[in-house]
Ligand binder design. Structure first.
Ligand code: AMP
Ligand code: GLY
Length: 426
């Protein structure tokens, strides 16, 4: 039962899930944590399992046999697959949105149609079921133009096309099934502005703001090269203020929640609005039905509240009783990646010195693609480690992190030294 001393299950294996795990571990309400499957970092504070979340029947049996009181789902795929609905059927308490609500991330076209119906500001768009119609459209459209696959594509189904030739080839790739069977395609206007990740937490009745952040998606310094899962982040975003906050809630978040209500459902969990701020006005680029990665690693260390208490209040629909408090500090995160990422890279490379910063309250090292073999840490993914530091200002945070990365001295990795360049003077 939910109450004092809970056994918690966490689904996922990235940096986001290690950050969640660490915050749950610090809660006085936590008795034990199981990770499905977890990583080299969670292994130190939780019990990692080798149960994949794709095997829902086995996962459910395990959760019930270990008397897990509450399950937190980190990544989008199990949410979009409907894991929340599945666990609830067996009376398992779970934090995350339902399958219907998860379409906000699972189908860009679902979200665009809501935007249209509820007048939510977003890039002008067209939906095409036919390759030739799509190509005819771009021939007449203003460039650059954005071509998107409808479903989940791990951040890779979006093409910013500078000319008709590249737009044609992306339309072909999508219709040829690069991101799974494509019944239709989304083509939208390119919005020029600055991005912001905006988060809320909701229990289905009440919503609360849950910080802002600025991710750096491109692989190389100066925002060059291909898109990645995220190379680093800072929080809060430099674009947020009271006026912007109320514009976002009024024009984007509230009408979206109304749309879900009209569909006969509600929203429970974290909701992440990927926004473009154009001339001081927010536009919705996309929704994600979870915390961001690396936004989560950047934001959670700033949270003052007992995190498990906060999640529990959502499960009991008592979020209205909680006041969310943040440290008056700046947080910055730099992601250390395997050489070659987001292309091909090697796994299973030894990483020494992973306790470079464990003695300091303002330094955090969250594992992502790592695993433990015979008590040693090895790389096991493209994004490997997340270095986070809280300081009075972003410049100091970045300096402390660069120092820690130097101490780690991992020869197989690379990182962006310029994370936060828009908020840090040279
Ligand atoms: P998404 O997966 O939808 O977040 O898109 C990935 C990235 O592509 C976003 O973070 C933006 O940087 C960029 N992007 C997507 N849609 C647009 C748009 N309509 N205008 C400008 N940039 C966009
Ligand atoms: N940081 C981008 C994402 O989590 O989708």
């Amino acid at each position: 039962m939910i109450g004092i001393y809970m056994i918690v299950g966490i689904i996922g294996s990235g940096g986001r899930e290690h950050a969640i795990c660490q915050k749950i571990y610090q809660s006085k309400k936590t008795k034990k944590i199981y990770c499905f499957p977890g990583n080299g970092g969670t292994a130190k504070i939780a019990q990692n399992t080798n149960i994949s979340w794709n095997n829902t029947a086995k996962l459910k049996r395990y959760i019930l046999s270990k008397k897990i009181d509450l399950v937190i789902i980190g990544p989008e795929q199990p949410l979009v697959n409907g894991m929340v609905d599945d666990l609830i059927k067996d009376n398992i308490k779970v934090f995350g949105p339902s399958k219907i609500a998860s379409q906000l991330e699972g189908s860009k076209i679902f979200t665009k149609n809501i935007c249209k119906k509820y007048n939510i500001p977003t890039a002008n768009f067209g939906i095409f079921i036919n390759k030739n119609d799509a190509i005819d459209f771009i021939k007449k459209a203003k460039l650059p133009i954005v071509v998107k696959a409808d479903g989940l594509a791990a951040g890779k189904g979006v093409y910013i096309c500078e000319n008709v030739k590249s737009a044609k080839s992306s339309i072909n790739e999508i219709f040829n099934g690069k991101f799974g069977k494509a019944k239709n395609i989304l083509i939208e206007e390119f919005l020029k502005g600055e991005e912001m990740s905006y988060f809320i937490i909701s229990d289905g009745k009440t919503i609360k703001r849950f910080q802002t952040a600025q991710d750096h998606k491109r692989v190389f310094e100066g925002d060059k090269g291909p898109n990645t899962g995220g190379m680093g982040c800072y929080s809060p975003s430099r674009l947020i203020n009271k006026e912007m906050d109320s514009k976002i809630l009024k024009r984007i978040i509230n009408p979206t929640l109304r749309a879900l209500k009209d569909l006969g459902t509600d929203y429970r969990g974290f909701l992440y609005a990927g926004l473009m701020i154009v001339k001081n006005n927010p536009y919705l680029i996309e929704y994600n039905v979870r915390m961001g990665d690396p936004e989560c690693q950047t934001i959670l260390p700033l949270l003052e509240n007992d995190f498990l208490g906060l999640i529990e209040s959502c499960c009991k629909k008592k979020l209205s009783k909680i006041s969310i408090k943040w440290k008056e500090k700046k947080s910055l995160c730099i992601v250390l990646c395997s050489n070659g990422y987001p292309g091909k890279y090697k796994n299973n490379i030894l990483i020494n010195n992973t306790n470079v910063n464990s003695t300091n309250n303002n330094d955090f090292l969250f594992h992502a693609g790592t695993k433990v073999v015979k008590k040693k840490i090895f790389s096991d993914g493209g994004r490997v480690l997340n270095f986070v530091n809280l300081s009075r200002n972003f410049k100091e945070s970045r300096k402390n992190i660069l120092n820690n990365i130097k101490k780690l001295n991992w020869k197989n990795g690379f990182f962006r030294k310029d994370i936060g360049y828009k908020v840090i003077d040279k």
